[in-house]
Design a protein around this ligand. Structure first.
Ligand code: FAD
Length: 294
C-alpha cells in the first residue's frame, strides 16, 4: 500500500527505520528487534541505503537494502519503504535495474535522497540532488515517493528559507510526503512547519524521532547535523550521563513528552529511528498508544 494513501485517509502513520546489518553476526539481534517492533503494528518500516561499510561496492549496498526490504515485506508482512540515494545510484541504468528489483519485491514506496556525500568515490553523478531523483523514480514505475526534510535546515544549506525552497522543489517534482531529520526541539519543528506552509508546502511532514536514551551532547551526528539540544535535555544528559539506566529512563520520558506534544499539534505521523534496537521505541510507543502496543 502506498504511504500517500495511508496519509490521505486521515490516519496517522507510525513507522520505524532500520538499516541493513553490517555483519552476519548482527542479523539475529536485528531480526528479534524487528519481530518485537512488528508486534506494535507499524504502518510501515523504512530501510536505509548507505555505502559506508562497502565504499567501492555500490550494488552490494543496494542489494543489502533490497534484501532486508524483501525480508520485512515477505517474511514479516510489513509495508516497506526502501531508501534510494543519488550518491549510490549514479546513472539511469542503475536506477532502472534497482527499480525493477523494487517492483519484483512488491514495494510501493521509495524515499528519494541525495545521500551522504562520499568525496572518496570517483565518477560523474547523473542525479545531483534528491529533486532530480524524485521524477526519475516516478517515471520508472507506479511508486509513492517520499523525501527528507530538515527542521533545523540541512547542514549545507545557507539558510532555513533556502532549504525550505529546496524541499518544495522536490515535493513539486513528485514527492508526496516528507520525513524529517531527528530533532529534540519541538519549537524548531513548529517554526519549520510554519515556514514550509508559508512557502506553499502542503504535503504531510512526518517528524523523525530518536528517543535520547543513550545520547551524548557531543555525539557526532548531533554536532555535524546542527541538531539543537534544548536546555531541559542538556541538563538531563548532564545529570544522568554516568548512569545508563537513569539516562534511559530520562530519555524515555523526554521522548514520550516530545511525541505527545507533536501529536497534539496535529502531526501526520511519527517516524522512529530505531538504530536496529527495539527497547526505547517499544517503550515510547507503549506509553503513547497502549492499545496498539498491547
Ligand atoms: P537534497 O534534498 O538533494 O539536498 C541536499 C542539499 O542541497 C541541501 O542543503 C539542499 O538545501 C541543497 N539543494 C537541494 N537542491 C538543490 C539545488 N537544485 N541547487 C542547489 N542546492 C540544492 N542518507 C543516506 O546516505 N542513506 C539513507 O538511507 C538516508 N536516509 C535518510 C532518511 C531521512 C528521513 C533523512 C532526513 C535523511 C536521510 N539520509 C540518508 C541523510 C541524507 O541523505 C543527507 O542528509 C544528505 O546530505 C541530503 O539528502 P537530501 O535527500 O535531503 O538532499
Amino acid at each position: 500500500m502506498k504511504i500517500s494513501s495511508m496519509l490521505s485517509s486521515g490516519g496517522r502513520t507510525f513507522s520505524f527505520e532500520f538499516y541493513p546489518p553490517k555483519k552476519e553476526e548482527d542479523i539475529p539481534a536485528l531480526k528479534s528487534a524487528i519481530a518485537e517492533l512488528k508486534s506494535l503494528g507499524p504502518d510501515f518500516v523504512s530501510i536505509t541505503l548507505s555505502q559506508k561499510y562497502m565504499p567501492k561496492w555500490s550494488f552490494a549496498s543496494i542489494s543489502n537494502t533490497l534484501a532486508l526490504s524483501g525480508v520485512l515485506k515477505h517474511e514479516f508482512s510489513l509495508e516497506v519503504m526502501a531508501h534510494l540515494t543519488t550518491e549510490i545510484i549514479r546513472d539511469r541504468q542503475t536506477l532502472d535495474e534497482t527499480l525493477k528489483l523494487v517492483k519484483i519485491l512488491g514495494l510501493d514506496n521509495v524515499l528519494a535522497l541525495r545521500g551522504d556525500l562520499t568525496p572518496d568515490r570517483e565518477g560523474e553523478r547523473c542525479f545531483s540532488y534528491a529533486s532530480d531523483l524524485v521524477p526519475a523514480v516516478k517515471s520508472g514505475g507506479d511508486f509513492c515517493v517520499g523525501v527528507a526534510a530538515y527542521p533545523e535546515k540541512h547542514p549545507e544549506a545557507p539558510s532555513l528559507e533556502e532549504d525550505v525552497r529546496r524541499l518544495k522543489q522536490k515535493l513539486d517534482a513528485g514527492g508526496e510526503f516528507a520525513i524529517t531529520q531527528v530533532f529534540f526541539d519541538n519549537e524548531a519543528f513548529f517554526r519549520f512547519r510554519d515556514a514550509a506552509a508559508a512557502a506553499g508546502v502542503s504535503a504531510p511532514i512526518i517528524p523523525g524521532l530518536m528517543p535520547p536514551t543513550s545520547l551524548r551532547q557531543s555525539d557526532n551526528f548531533v554536532v555535524s547535523q546542527g541538531i539543537s539540544v534544548p536546555a531541559a535535555l542538556s541538563a538531563g544528559l548532564e545529570k544522568h550521563g554516568g548512569d545508563k539506566e537513569a539516562l534511559f529512563a530520562f530519555g524515555l520520558d523526554y521522548a514520550v513528552k516530545q511525541a505527545e506534544d507533536l501529536l497534539s499539534a496535529g502531526v501526520p505521523g511519527l517516524h522512529f529511528y530505531t538504530f536496529n534496537r527495539s527497547r526505547a521505541t517499544r517503550e515510547v510507543f507503549r506509553r503513547l498508544n497502549p492499545a496498539r502496543a498491547a
